[in-house]
Design a protein around this ligand. Sequence first.
Ligand code: PLP
Length: 454
Amino acid sequence: VYQMKKKEEIKMKQKPKKYFWHPMTDTRASEQETIIIERGEGNYIFNDSGEKLLDAVGGLWCMNVGHNRKTVNDAISKQMNKLSYYQLFTNIAHPKAYELAEKIITLAENEDMAKVFFTSGGSDSVDTALKITRQYWEAVEKPKKKMFISLERAYHGMHYGGTSVGGNDLYRKFIGPTLEGCIQVSSPHKKNKWNCEDPEKLTQLCIEEIVEKIDYYGADNIAAFIMEPIQGAGGIIVPPESYWPAVREVCDQYDILLISDEVVTGFGRSGSMFGCRGWGVKPDVMVLAKGLSSGYIPMGATVFNQRIVNGIESAENGANIIIHGQTYSGHPLGCVAALEVLKIVENENLPQNAKEVGAYLLDLLKPIQSEYSEYITDVRGKGLMLAIDFEDAGNFSPEEITNNVQHVADYAISQGVLVRDELKTIIISPSLTFTKEDAKKVYTSLANGLESLR
Ligand code: PLP
């Protein structure tokens, strides 16, 4: 455990930022604030001064099997020496793509899932889902079905499609116009426009709103409903138990395809192999990345059910051709990394570990909501995706709230724990290999950080 140090001391050496911009970062951010990570081992990372930090961010909620796993590294290296790259365009393939596609379909625990389309990451996978669902409707000769429904607070990556269906206007502010025909509905969040605290009632209100929008725009014009099973970047919003099944029902009723964006929840993070399966729901499309290869090699996939596959493959109007793809779709290094990662996920039963350690950490953190109620308005999560919410803490201005969040996150760093501060929320999304001991360290560093605010 570190002694409390000044932020400048902790965050180490200055490095010139002359030649690159950080994603999602103020171009004028101070160089002293940069943390430079040089090495990773298990659930830990090491900065450029060799200081060890417990990685409670999991890279970017993607390092599901932890850092520097030998079997994954060896598999990548072996593949590298055999075939470091080949592509999948125009009926060319490599063996690992077949192997991984079969593995993903098997893991989906959904007999309707039929075909995988490989991509290079989450944003690619989202845009693939949006394009191919539109193509499906063209294929089955319902070409008017073009619109998408998504949730407020949604995050679906940074390509233009994902940005268009995203639920945060900030991401569209300077780069519009984005895609037309994207409708947003309320997030099933405790903080909702109805001030409804009863989960069942909240589901009902949300569904009524969805039905109103469908009636207004016309089901004949709507291609798909895209949703994260648990909203991640929007602040870890776990919907009421009845919400997902109810959304599936509405989609069936109005013949709207359901896309589950599992980029964060896929492969165990929420305590089941896929987030939507935690509610027993079968989507028509699953969007995957992050945990698929645990971040070892950039990798993504979009999975389509038999209905979509049949529609596209039997199209009479040319829509049977997939006119879409990336140079790195199904990169062989990504495929072997994913195959090895998924072996670990299964052998070590990481979804179950995420469930148990996540519940343990949530139990530890819950009491801080009342102990520090002047700062914290909610503690929530499912599996190993948890949030401590500072939003709307009555005594503070928005700037003060952001400062409080930063103070607690910085304090945690000074105690050797890296968490993610997202404006008004602290997010915890570690590797699924996290132990109860690791969870306790996270709790202690955050509780101490809160205490130091007083
Ligand atoms: N979808 C969701 C739900 C995400 O959380 C993310 C990234 O955090 C993406 C899509 C985009 O993935 P990527 O950053 O790999 O493009």
